[in-house]
Design a binder for this molecule. Structure first.
Ligand code: ZN
Length: 465
């Protein structure tokens, strides 16, 4: 099967130009001006005049079917990757979970079983480590060899995912030897629990107080601490879902002194704020950790994206229905499942708020949503670029189409949207995954199980940066 995408403006991190793209089978075979006129034939031609042709977006932070707070994140690998595809995202990297007392292997096998035969587009895994001991440290080396080279640890959630500094440091020493990357959820969970308990005990139990109790200074402190530990171990470290200027300042200072520190932020920290958590229990729709911050953090985070102290934007997609799931925390914010839906809206929100909003170029937009994730997470140049030989994960993107985000029309399996009623400019028209059209003009044309596991290499780019 050969597909010719004609007359689009190809946008990559290097620049933009009008050209045709020939897809042969699963990869890009040829790029050039007027390939049709040069006698190139195809089974199908997609007219991309007036549209962008961009590499399929990559979301390196999702939680499909994550068990949390006595329930499960609602999207499966099927519904989650389908919703992602509607929004122009053709690869996700999800977090497999090691349960306390179990092996990393058991956790990884369980996630393979959830994804295989279900995902409609490609996927990889990071590994959440809940126990650091001699056995799991050995297992890390094996996972790196199997294409799962990143390990996430937490300074938050005491009693659940929390690791103490010694455990974190031991895991870092191991990745210094095996080439892996440590990803950190950096909030001081011990101190947060003190404040959260004091807050709830004094009768302030609305979801809003979840946001109030998780001080941004606790995020800054933990961010500095884990970066310092990584410097001592001599390894790169990646801060997930950075939400505040307190944490950003620590990442910037580390990078300025030459440390291998990297970080992502998420759309919710650029477009939503602590204000959204008011309005009684409705605020539960916005409960995530780290929490939404006051609006005055937004400009700092955008500056971080512009100056590359923040390398990319991922979603932390972790959807719970308002009805029946978020409601578990009625009367006690500590019991609201933490997480927001977002895998479908990231590309458009960043285009609208970033490119249309005049904050970043369209080339930087492509870098933030696709190229930087591919590089940092060992998928480049197979993914993350429009170049000959790369997987034909491509999006024909209409930068002028307006759409209104709503739970009534989104494809995520969740009963609300954090961005309900928000109009954005820019939307995906045609989405290809390894050469197959999986979304066309609002219709899903892919198939369940077509997605493949991506065996990723170590994050060399991170080490060399
Ligand atoms: Zn997460």
């Amino acid at each position: 099967m050969r597909t010719l995408i004609s007359n689009g403006t190809i946008v990559t991190t290097e620049g933009s130009s009008v050209a045709d793209v020939l897809v042969d089978g699963e990869t890009i075979a040829l790029i050039g001006a007027d390939l049709g006129g040069a006698g190139i034939t195809a089974d199908e031609t997609i007219d991309a005049s007036g549209k962008y042709v961009i590499p399929g977006a990559i979301d390196v932070h999702t939680h499909m079917e994550l068990p949390f707070g006595g329930t499960f994140a609602k999207d499966t690998f099927e519904t989650g990757t389908r919703a992602a595809a509607f929004g122009g995202t053709t690869t996700i990297v999800d977090f497999a979970v090691q349960s306390r007392g179990a092996s990393l292997r058991e956790g990884l096998d369980a996630w393979h079983a959830k994804a295989e035969g279900n995902a409609v587009a490609d996927y990889g895994f990071h590994m959440i480590m809940s126990d650091v001991n001699d056995e799991t440290l050995k297992e890390m080396d094996q996972l790196v060899a199997e294409g799962v080279p990143d390990f996430k640890l937490f300074t938050a959630y005491p009693g659940v995912f929390y690791s103490d500094d010694g455990a974190i440091f031991r895991a870092m020493q191991q990745t210094a030897k095996n080439g892996g990357l440590i990803m950190m959820h950096a909030e001081n969970g011990i101190a947060i629990d003190i404040v959260a308990n004091q807050t709830a005990d004094s009768g302030m139990t609305d979801p809003y107080y979840h946001g109030v109790a998780r001080y941004s200074i606790f995020e800054g402190e933990a961010t500095n601490r884990v970066i310092r530990l990584a410097e001592a171990a001599g390894v790169p470290v990646y801060i997930v879902h950075l939400s505040s200027r307190d944490a950003l300042n620590e990442v910037r200072a580390a990078r300025d002194r030459g440390a291998m520190a990297f970080a992502e932020t998420c759309p919710q920290y650029l477009f939503l704020s602590l204000e959204d958590m008011k309005n009684g229990f409705e605020g539960a729709k916005f409960v995530c950790s780290p929490p939404l911050r006051p609006k005055d953090h937004w400009d700092d985070l955008w500056t971080g994206l512009i100056k590359d102290d923040l390398q990319l934007v991922a979603t932390d997609h972790c959807p719970f229905d308002f009805e029946g799931q978020k409601e578990l925390g009625r009367g006690d914010f500590r019991k609201v499942p933490n997480g927001l839906p977002g895998v479908e809206d990231r590309v458009d929100l960043l285009h609208d708020g970033g490119v249309v909003g005049g904050r970043i170029t369209r080339e930087r937009w492509v870098e933030l949503i696709s190229t930087a994730p591919a590089r940092l997470f060992g998928m480049y140049p197979r993914k993350g670029t429009v170049s000959v030989g790369a997987d034909a994960d491509l999006v024909v993107y209409d930068p002028n189409r307006r759409r209104t985000i709503s739970a009534g029309t989104h494809h995520m399996d969740v009963d609300y949207s954090c961005y309900e009623g928000r109009e954005v400019r820019g939307a995906s028209d045609v989405v290809l995954s390894r050469g197959s059209v999986i979304v066309r003009n609002g219709e899903f044309t892919g198939k369940k199980g077509a997605g493949r596991f991506i065996k990723r290499s170590t994050a060399d780019a991170a080490r060399l940066a």
